[in-house]
Design a protein around this ligand. Structure first.
Ligand SMILES: [Mg+2]
Length: 306
């Protein structure tokens, strides 16, 4: 599998997981029969806020790969939202955009959410995948800094930042593997988890790795951790789907089967699985139905070759 194929796999895996998971958001569980019926229906695969924000971040990174101008990134998020507010955005980002329109900075506005704690949701992790594509992200400290800077535009809580950091570092680590197998994927995930500060995201990721390494089922892990919009629930769930094994479509369907925040868990899981397995293992007919496939591929090529 070429480097280009795996780089493209990141953004296409993200968009595929998002689009396939979207109809099931909020269900307590999704059966294989329900999922197969939706996949086989042949509908166009339209993605939601997860891919919309990731696409906006990817376009911004082309001109500002060090994220020197987070205000400009926030402005791009706000404009994208204003054009397509029907993409299933959570409550937080529009509140931030409204405060910024009144004169606050993005980070200042984001810091007022949840009584001043900042959002601990998965919005920063769901869109961070393009950071993992940058060659600079192979340095875990640089990946962490970029993940944090893009997070703080809307999500200032440490758990939201930890979630984004792990996803970016895992994608970069997987893209760097010469030989991909289950043990190598576990090593990449464990390394990313071990770099986090003490906290719920690190604890749960460590738990996920331990349970799966001792033969446990991914669904068992998420039964304990949860599948909600909190980064500390949905990021470990996405990692559990990745570690559950299989190609990108299998990882995405495992993630959707967990229920809960299905589009976001599957988007994060799909981006990581795409980094591991690339496009060759992704089903061509499904990708042909995916909204904006050509632009996602072009951005993946551009960012990974910087
Ligand atoms: Mg969504």
């Amino acid at each position: 599998m070429s480097g280009r194929g795996r780089a493209r796999g990141v953004l296409l895996g993200l968009a595929l997981g998002d689009a396939l998971g979207a109809p099931f958001e909020g269900r307590s569980r999704v059966t294989g029969v329900q999922l197969d019926a939706w996949i086989d229906a042949g509908e166009p695969l339209r993605w939601t806020d997860d891919t919309h924000m990731a696409l906006t971040l990817a376009r911004h990174l082309v001109d500002d790969p060090e994220l020197d101008d987070p205000q400009a990134l926030g402005g791009a998020f706000a404009r994208a939202y204003a054009l397509e507010p029907w993409r299933g955005y959570g409550a937080g980002p529009p509140q931030v955009f409204a405060m910024v329109a009144q004169g606050m900075s993005f980070e200042e506005a984001a810091g007022t959410l949840f009584g001043g704690a900042g959002s601990f949701g998965n919005g920063a992790a769901m869109r961070v995948a393009p950071v993992g594509l940058l060659p600079a992200a192979i340095d875990p400290r640089r990946a962490a800094r970029l993940a944090e800077v893009q997070a703080r535009v809307t999500h200032t809580h440490p758990e939201a930042i930890d979630g984004a950091t792990v996803i970016a570092q895992v994608i970069a680590g997987l893209l760097d593997l010469d030989k991909v197998d289950a043990d190598a994927i576990v090593r990449v995930v464990s390394a990313a988890a071990s770099r986090l500060s003490e906290g719920p995201v690190r604890d749960r990721l460590t738990g996920v790795v331990d349970v799966l390494a001792s033969g446990g089922e991914p669904a068992m892990v998420v039964g304990r951790c949860g599948t909600g919009v909190a980064a500390a629930e949905s990021v470990p769930a996405a990692i559990a789907a990745l570690l559950g094994g299989g190609d990108a479509l299998r990882v995405v369907t495992t993630a959707i089967g967990f229920g809960g925040d299905t589009d976001t868990i599957a988007a994060m899981a799909g981006a990581m699985a795409g980094a591991a397995w690339g496009l060759e293992r992704m089903p061509g007919p499904l990708l042909d139905r995916l909204e904006a496939r050509a632009e996602l591929e072009r951005l993946a090529d551009t960012l990974s070759c910087r």
